[in-house]
Structure formats: structure tokens, C-alpha cells
Design a protein around this ligand. Structure first.
Ligand SMILES: [Zn+2]
Length: 79
């Protein structure tokens, strides 16, 4: 049987709690960054009229819903 003192058990418990909290924080932060990156690819600001809009098409030319001008995907500014 392993003999430990109460103070060692408390330290082990606190370390496990700290590692678990850090792991959950790291996982949630990584998922949040991935979600923001995925969403930012679909948000655009029209370079003609400045309207921001969402376009989920994979086409290279994105049509502005306000002024119907075509914006190149690579030229569109991300929000
Ligand atoms: Zn526009």
C-alpha cells in the first residue's frame, strides 16, 4: 500500500484540478479560434459600398447584396 500524507493528497488533488482546468480552457480556446477562423472566411465587406455581408459560396467572385458589384474573394477584406 502506498503511504501518503494528507498534504501530499491535497497537492495531488490541486495539481489534477489545475491541469484539468487548463485542459478545458485550452480545448475551448482552440475550438473558439477554429470557429472564428471558419466564420471569418465567409464575412466580407464590399469594396465599392462598404456593406458587410456573409457569403458561403466557394466561388472566387462574391456578389454584394446591396450594390450587386462583384468582389474578388482574395481582395475582400475580412471583418
Ligand atoms: Zn456593395
Amino acid at each position: 500500500m502506498i503511504q501518503t500524507s494528507l498534504s501530499q493528497l491535497i497537492v495531488i488533488y490541486l495539481l489534477m484540478l489545475l491541469v484539468g482546468t487548463f485542459g478545458v480552457w485550452l480545448l475551448r480556446d482552440t475550438l473558439r479560434r477554429l470557429r472564428e477562423k471558419r466564420n471569418s472566411r465567409n464575412h466580407f465587406v464590399c469594396r465599392i459600398c462598404g456593406v458587410s455581408f456573409v457569403c458561403r459560396d466557394k466561388q472566387s467572385l462574391v456578389k454584394c447584396p446591396a450594390c450587386d458589384s462583384l468582389n474578388e474573394r482574395s481582395d475582400c477584406r475580412e471583418i
